[in-house]
Design a protein around this ligand. Structure first.
Ligand code: AMP
Ligand code: ZN
Ligand code: FE
Ligand code: FE
Length: 291
């Protein structure tokens, strides 16, 4: 086991039960507060529906601030880019319409995955997946939970390795969204687009270059389990492209390998300050906590 990294007081990447995280927006805020996080984002997949609840919860923690956000999965040939949109206006109609469409396509895609699983001898009920997801934006982790429950796999990592991962037999693509389109969507909603966990994307350097030209604002340089070499490579890339270094835990509470708690990653204080200064310079305002 690695030592627990320094506790970050700024965490720009967190998931609640409104997408594939386990905790409600309220419980997630309370946990982040206990972990010493002062400024935090909510970045559920394809939905802003947890923001109002998270805002109300943050208001109960004096001095804590919430950055409204979202995470969009974008397709590029052979790989994926995840785009965080921080500081988006949670009421922006075109963004809400686009997110609604993406959530609908997640439903039809989920049904197709369940069909494929049946053909692979790992039957689960679609109704059960819906139940597990509840009000959440449906994702593969909900299908993984149903696979575990049915005894087809032992844990979420096995579910992705055997069935659900991009190169696994039950993988079905979502409706395509190009990184450039997601950047435009986020910018249009007043948000700052950030390339999430670049090392999960094959060939992330040329991708980052192309996205920088298309209006990308930042790169997630600080993240759970990054080695110092990875952080160094990413901060150098951000500096070269004139992009801001962001950081987040990507906490889901799903008991996956390598999971850390909110704030459980290294985000050097100077880098976190520079990030917040850059958001102000970009005109983004972190709403004051209501007292
Ligand atoms: P989806 O939004 O349905 O495409 O699912 C994407 C989510 O699945 C990611 O945000 C992760 O939370 C999770 N995920 C993706 N790949 C893996 C993997 N190999 N092992 C465990 N979880 C994964
Ligand atoms: Zn997720
Ligand atoms: Fe992601
Ligand atoms: Fe994420």
């Amino acid at each position: 086991m690695k030592e627990r990294p320094l506790a970050a007081t700024l965490d720009c990447h967190l998931h609640s039960s409104r997408s594939d995280g386990v905790l409600s927006p309220t419980d997630l805020v309370d946990l982040a507060a206990r972990e010493g996080v002062r400024v935090r984002a909510l970045t559920d997949h394809d939905t802003l529906e947890g923001i109002a609840e998270a805002r109300a919860a943050v208001a109960r923690h004096p001095g804590m601030r919430l950055i409204p956000g979202v995470e969009l999965s974008c397709d590029v040939p052979g790989t994926e880019v995840h785009m965080l949109g921080l500081f988006v206006d949670p009421e922006h109609a075109p963004l809400l319409t686009a997110l609604e469409r993406m959530r609908r396509t997640r439903v039809s895609r989920g049904e197709r995955i369940v069909e494929a699983l049946r053909g692979l001898g790992a039957p689960i009920e679609w109704a059960r997946v819906r139940e597990i997801a509840g009000e959440a934006s449906i994702g593969r982790p909900h299908i993984a939970a149903a696979l575990i429950e049915a005894g087809h796999v032992a844990n979420i990592d096995e579910a992705f390795a055997r069935y659900l991962g991009r190169n696994s037999p039950a993988y079905v693509e979502r409706e395509r969204l190009l990184p450039e389109d997601s950047i435009a969507l986020i910018r249009d909603a007043g948000g700052l687009p950030i390339f999430a966990h670049p090392p999960f994307t094959d060939g992330y350097v040329p991708r980052a270059e192309a996205m920088a030209a298309a209006g990308l604002w930042g790169i997630e340089c600080y993240y759970r389990f990054y080695t110092p070499e990875t952080v160094e490579a990413l901060t150098a890339l951000a500096a070269r492209l004139g992009l801001i270094a962001s950081g987040g835990s990507d906490y889901h509470g799903a008991g996956r390998d390598h999971e850390v708690l909110p704030g459980g990653f290294e985000f050097p204080a100077r880098a976190a300050e520079a990030f917040l200064e850059a958001t102000s310079a970009a005109g983004a305002r972190i709403p004051e906590a209501a007292r």
